[in-house]
Design a protein around this ligand. Sequence first.
Ligand code: NAD
Length: 438
Amino acid sequence: MRVAMIGTGYVGLVSGACFADFGHTVTCVDRDARKIEALQRGEIPIYEPGLDRLVETNVREGRLDFTTELPGPVAAADAVFIAVGTPSRRGDGHADLSYVHACAREIAAALAGFTVVVTKSTVPVGTGDEVERIIRETRPDADVAVVSNPEFLREGAAIRDFKHPDRIVIGTTDERARAVMTELYRPLYLNQAPLLFTARGTAELIKYAANAFLATKITFINELADLCEKVGGDVQEVARGIGLDNRIGSKFLHAGPGYGGSCFPKDTLALIKTAQDHEAPLRIVETVVAVNDQRKRAMARKVAAALGGSVRDKTIAVLGLTFKPNTDDMRDAPSIPLITAFGDMGARVRAYDPAGMEQAKRDLDGLVTFCGNAYECAEGADALVIVTEWEQFRALDLDRLKQAMRQPVVVDLRNVYRPDEMARAGFTYASIGRPAFA
Ligand code: NAD
C-alpha cells in the first residue's frame, strides 16, 4: 500500500516509520521545512527510543521518504493520514482544528483515484464529517472515504505501542475503506491485534473517553495520596491493594505531581467543551481538570513545607523537566507551573533533564539555571525535587548528592526512593502519600 502521512511530529513520524516497517511505501509530509531537511539528512528531530534505527532502516530500503510537497504523495496514495496537531484553542479550550481543516483542503486539491483519508489526530466528534464536507466542497468529483483511526501510542514507548497495540479503533462504515484499513494493519495480525470497527463519530469519542478515563484514574489516586498523608496511610499499598482487582487494574495508579503532557490536559479540556456544547456536561472530568490544575502549585507548597515553610532565597534543584521519562516533549509538563511557582515564591531554581532541556529553554528561559547532570544540579541546593522519574535518577549516589547540597532535603514527587533508605542516608525526605520514616 502507498501511504501519505501529513504531519511528521511525534505521532506522524512514528506511525509513518512503523507502516514502512510493515512493508508499505510511506511518504511523510510536513510543512516545517527545517524538520524535513533534518530528516532527509538522517537526523531525527525528536527524542523517541529506537526511532533513529527504524527510520534509517526503512529509508535505506526505499520504503520511507520525507518531503514538504504534499500533492505528489497524496495523489499516489491509497491512504492519506492526517496527523497534524490539535492543540487547545487559545481563549476557550476547544480543540483548535485549523491545522486539520487546512490539511483537508490541501489533500482535497491533490486527490487522484479512490483514496482513504484517515484522521489520526485526536479530534472532537463530528470532525470527520467536517473533513468530508471540506473535501467534497473543494473537489466534488473526488472518490474518497473519510475514516477515523485515533492513535493511542505513548511517547517514550511509541514504537512498541504502535506495533503491539491493545486495540486499533477504525471508524468507518465504508466497505472499501474497511478493506484498505484492514490491509494496512494486516502485518499486526500475527500479534493478534484486535481491530475494532465502529461508526466514525464513535471512534472519535473513544479516543477522548480513553484519555479522560486515564486522567481520572491518576487524579483519583493523587487525591487519595493527599488523604494518606493526612491519616498516615501508604498510597502505594492502597494502589496495589485496589489495582490487583481486575475490575480496577494496576496501571495509572501512580500518585505524583499531577498529569501533564501533550495530550491529557488539552484532550480533557476539549472533551469537557464538546460535552457542554451538547448539554451533556461531564462533571467528573470537569472536576478532574480542576483538581489537577491546582495540584502543581500545591507541589510547590509541599517543597516549601519541607524547607520549614518558605523557599524565599533558597536554591531548589529540579531533576526532570519533561512530562515523563524517555521523551523530550515539554508540552504542558508539570515542571513548568511548578518552577513558575518557585519563582513566584522567591526561590532560585537549578534544573537538569536528560533530553528535555532544549525544549525547556523555550518555556523556562530566565527562570532556571540549566545544569549538565544531576550532581551539578544539586550543587549548593537547599532542596532537591524529583519531578520526572528518568531511569538515571533512580539510582543516584546519595552520598555524592548530599555532599553537593547545602541542606540534605529531598522531595520526591514520583516516589522513586524508599523513605527508610533516604533516612538512613541522612536526608530529610518527603514523598507523595507515604508516611515519613520514623
Ligand atoms: P506534533 O506537533 O509533534 O506534530 C504535528 C506536525 O504537523 C508538526 O510537525 C507540524 O509542522 C505539522 N503540520 C501542521 N499542519 C500541517 C499541514 N497543513 N501540512 C503538513 N504538516 C503540518 O504533534 P503530535 O504530538 O504528533 O500530535 C499529532 C496529533 O496526534 C494530535 O492531534 C495529538 O493529540 C494526537 N496524539 C498525540 C500523541 C502523542 O503522544 N504525542 C498520542 C496520541 C495522539
